[in-house]
Ligand binder design. Structure first.
Ligand code: ADP
Ligand code: ASP
Ligand code: MG
Length: 462
């Protein structure tokens, strides 16, 4: 058994969905047992968020956005399903669209949009795409059933980025698939709480859905069908000479995606890793290409540098002053204050004199982080043992990733000299959260150049 996951671009319009149907048919012809997981059509999750935010402002701008979403889905349905069979499915989608409209209307009347309601609104993207695809498969004579993942994936109530309750989820998945033997077309990204409220698994979360199901059923392989030839040495949109990797370890894939490689959602690797299930990344638009295999690290195999990824927007916060050397436990207080505010710290560096601590955060966390630290250390600031926290904006972070990176002598030197030779200033450098990466903060306007310079010197000269 294999789980196949098709991303937004793969199901982005009727033509792409036809390519998906071809791929699914090929598996069936080969007598493979498969489960299909799909994302919302490309751009739809963003459009749903935009529509919900417009509704929150009141007024009726949201109606225009809603109509665009409606047309997109009804037109796709019309393209894919033979006329004689379209009525029932059209009615079903129209009823669901009415339901969505009512929710948006309530948001606009109340001028209030909670994360819980936003999850509910976003869930329609995957609902529509998967329902339409299941109907399209049926109309081509491929027996299948639509499966709303809210029935099988249970989470806590952290709306927008819910945590899976694995014990319950695994049990539900096993039960469901024991009873339903037909090909299931499952909604990615969405789940529900124990009391049945809709949640989502974080942006890009459809990959995770595939891995959760794959691990629960201990499948042979999870195949992530996307719009590129695999995991590449860098984001192909930023580095033209990037090339697809044949294989990477789970840890390398996790590290690259954690540092911005959108090709696979970072948590996806965990359920697969625990059950040693291979993940293969393949291109829906170039299906004969081998793609990239994600697998466990083998002892005694030497691993090379794998890739460079980047987080385009970060802020650095700098805490400076004599208290950092004089006062005991001050770093612990700083990081506890940040943890309490749920600020995600992306990188930490400390000056050798001990007078400064710098750390990088997402811009959306930066003000909260500054306030949390200044509140925690108000006494030290008042007594001038510390300066106020300085925030440096317009920065990017790039990470060079590979299993053996840090035991390969000379890599940091190569990286820094390549950047230096091209006039790129490094603002902070750290060995990332694991042994697998070297992380560098630079000015945002130099990101593209930095990525290309590093890619050429690390990957092409060899
Ligand atoms: P899907 O809709 O199939 O889930 P995503 O848009 O989430 O696809 O992810 C695929 C995109 O990830 C690619 O189009 C590419 O632009 C981007 N990407 C960023 N870094 C990398 C990388 N290192 N390798 C491959 N793709 C990458
Ligand atoms: N549709 C969701 C998103 O855009 C999930 C996914 O595509 O993986 O984030
Ligand atoms: Mg994705």
């Amino acid at each position: 058994m294999k789980v196949l996951k098709f991303g937004g671009t793969s199901v982005g319009n009727s033509e792409s969905i036809n390519s998906v149907i071809e791929i699914v048919s090929d598996y069936i012809k080969q007598k493979e047992k498969i489960i299909v997981v799909c994302s919302a059509m490309a751009g739809v999750t963003d459009e749903l968020i935009k529509t919900a935010k417009a509704a929150e402002k009141g007024g009726n701008e949201y109606e225009e956005y809603f109509l665009r979403i409606k047309d997109k889905h009804l037109n796709t349905l019309k393209d894919l399903i033979v006329k004689s069979k379209i009525n029932d499915s059209k009615e079903h989608i129209e009823n669901k669209l009415d339901e969505l409209y009512l929710i948006l209307n309530s948001v606009s009347l109340l001028k209030e949009l909670t994360l819980r309601t936003l999850d509910n609104i976003m869930s329609y993207g995957e609902y529509f795409s998967c329902y339409i695809i299941s109907q399209a498969l049926l109309s081509r004579g491929i027996k299948c059933e639509f499966l709303d993942a809210r029935k099988i994936i249970k989470t806590d109530e952290q709306f927008g980025n819910a945590k899976v309750i694995f014990e319950k989820t695994n049990q539900l998945i096993k039960e469901y698939f024991t009873k339903h033997k037909k090909l299931q077309v499952v909604t990615g990204f969405i789940a529900s709480t124990l009391s049945g409220e809709t949640t989502t698994l974080g942006r890009g979360g459809s990959d995770y859905t595939a891995s959760i199901i794959g691990a629960a059923l201990n499948v042979e392989e999870i195949v992530i069908w996307t719009d590129v030839d695999g995991i590449m040495t860098a984001d192909p949109r930023k580095v033209k000479s990037a090339f697809p990797l044949k294989a990477v370890t789970y840890e390398e894939a996790m590290e690259m995606s954690h540092f911005g490689a959108k090709v696979i959602y970072s948590p996806t690797m965990l359920p697969a890793l625990q059950n040693k299930i291979k993940i293969r990344i393949k291109n829906t638009f170039n299906p004969s290409f081998r793609g990239t295999l994600i697998l466990p690290r083998e002892p005694n195999v030497k691993f090379n540098m794998k890739g460079i990824s980047s987080i385009d927007d970060v802020h650095m916060l700098q805490v400076e002053g004599s208290a950092l050397i004089g006062v005991e436990g001050i770093s612990a207080r700083i990081f506890n204050a940040l943890a309490k505010e749920k600020v995600k710290v992306l990188l930490i560096t400390q000056g050798s004199s001990g007078h400064t601590i710098c750390f990088a955060v997402f811009p959306s966390d930066s003000l909260r982080a500054k306030k949390a630290i200044e509140n925690e250390l108000k006494l030290e600031i008042y007594e001038k043992q510390l300066k106020r926290v300085e925030v440096i904006e317009n920065l990017s972070m790039l990470a060079v990733v590979g299993e053996d990176l840090l035991n390969t002598p000379g890599v940091p030197g190569m990286v820094l000299s390549a950047l230096g030779q091209h006039g790129i200033n490094t603002i902070a450098i750290a060995q990332g959260s694991s042994q697998l990466n070297l992380t560098i903060v630079i000015h945002k306007e130099q990101l593209k150049k930095a990525l290309n310079v590093l890619h050429d010197s690390l990957f092409l000269t060899k």
